[in-house]
Design a protein around this ligand. Structure first.
Ligand code: GLU
Length: 414
């Protein structure tokens, strides 16, 4: 399913529940601005290749726009637009003062040298530098980007404006104004929401089974945190394969193995199973931590997880949502479950603006408070309105954005 259509479908569902008028819905369907940029990069072979990049700024009613930048060969404008819309809702759900944006560059960083990736990142930053800024739009890491790219963005933007400007981007390395705890924040925030969710499902996380789809930053950190609190990671996957062991997999050793070989596939003491079997495993928690469109009407009915905590953005289609809701699988939706990343990005930005830095305990305490409150708020709404958690989260987020737009006078008060 086209992710933009998916975002529109979700908006329509929330809009109907909220009785939103047509004009308001119409406004929220479109981003405020869309940038398409072409970035010439000199490759190591001496040839020049022009890459296509996007930055979509969806809504800034609640504050400067915020969202990551992904590097992937399958990036499309519709995908980036959907992701920007989800950022607007995500920031609203956890109550941080941002709107939503997202960036993407069509490229395959796995086949590029570090120098090429650096030139691409700097070129992309120059191309959008007039349209981002600490009070306008603040990028961050996403799929295939990390603190390394954020450092280059910070440096290139600082050169453009003529002074050191760490607050233009979050997810930076610590020595450039990054925040303690940012790297594992998405996963830690996700675990905090799961710790609340299990109270309603009679699961003890001390010996719960965990399945992780995707072993990038979010998947690996989630596996690690669950393992450290006593849960058992029984399966993990990446684009090349799936590894399974009912007795539990050591996530640290799996990470080291993946670092060496480039994949989880073939990790000793595990069985290789298919992607289809991964989704059908009997497990307490299933964490999709890869890309969009993973849980669809074709596999949702066969899933035997009790809780799905969405580390990825947009992993579940609206049709699959319906099936999971009927089967009483508790889905903690992306805009809530993975909001820990952007929340610590917010803490990073606040620290940059104040030039005053917090200890890790302070960051994590604040993150726990914020995620727990957001989870309980949305969970209570599911009870009140008889809806699933995604619908409740969307209702809360959209309503919040509309109220702000109304207060500012950018919506008719019909
Ligand atoms: N890319 C992350 C997300 O999808 C983080 C965004 C941010 O920190 O601004 O939420």
């Amino acid at each position: 399913m086209n992710p933009y259509n998916m975002a529109l479908k979700q908006l329509a569902i929330a809009g109907k529940k909220l009785n939103l008028n047509e004009d308001t819905l119409e406004m929220l369907k479109y981003p405020k601005r869309v940038f398409t940029v072409y970035i010439p990069v000199e490759l190591v072979n001496g040839k020049t290749k022009v890459f296509t990049g996007y930055r979509v700024q969806h809504n800034n009613a609640r504050g400067p726009m915020k969202g990551g930048i992904r590097y992937h060969p399958d990036v499309t404008l519709d995908e980036v637009t959907a992701l920007s819309i989800w950022m607007t809702w995500k920031c609203s759900v956890v109550g941080i003062p941002y709107g939503g944006a997202k960036g993407g560059v069509v490229c395959n960083p796995k086949e590029m040298s570090v120098n090429e990736i650096e030139r691409l990142t700097r070129g992309y930053t120059r191309a959008i530098s007039d349209y981002i800024g600490p009070m306008v739009d603040i990028p961050a890491p996403d799929v295939n980007t990390s603190s390394r790219e954020m450092a280059w963005i910070m440096d290139e933007y600082s050169k453009a404006v003529g002074y050191n400007c760490p607050a233009v981007v979050t997810g930076k390395p610590l020595n450039l104004g990054g925040s303690e705890g940012r790297e594992e924040a998405t996963s830690l925030g996700l675990v905090y929401t799961v710790q609340e969710a299990v109270k309603h499902k009679n699961i003890d996380l001390k010996d719960a089974a965990i399945v992780v789809q995707g072993y990038g930053n979010v998947g690996w950190n989630a596996a690690k945190i669950f393992h450290d609190i006593g849960s058992k990671v029984i399966a993990a996957s990446d684009t090349k394969g799936v590894v399974y062991n009912r007795q539990g997999i050591n996530p640290y050793k799996l990470r080291d193995y993946k670092k060496k070989t480039g994949t989880v596939k073939g990790f000793e003491g595990t069985e290789a199973i298919s992607e289809e079997e991964l989704f059908e495993l009997e497990t307490d928690i299933f964490v999709p931590a890869a890309l969009e469109n993973q849980i669809t009407k074709d596999n949702a009915g066969a899933m035997r997880a009790k809780i799905i905590a969405e580390g990825a953005n947009g992993p579940t289609t609206p049709e699959a949502d319906k099936i999971l809701h009927t089967n009483e699988v508790l889905v903690i939706p992306d805009i809530l479950a993975n909001a820990g990343g952007v929340s610590v990005s917010y803490f990073e930005w606040v620290q940059n603006l104040q030039n005053y830095y917090w200890a890790k305990e302070e960051v994590n305490t604040r993150l726990k408070r914020l995620m727990t409150k957001a989870f309980n708020n949305i969970y209570e709404m599911t009870r009140k309105h008889g809806v699933d958690m995604r619908t409740a989260a969307l209702m809360y987020a959209v309503d919040n954005v509309c109220n702000t737009m109304q207060s500012r006078g950018s919506l008719d008060k019909k």
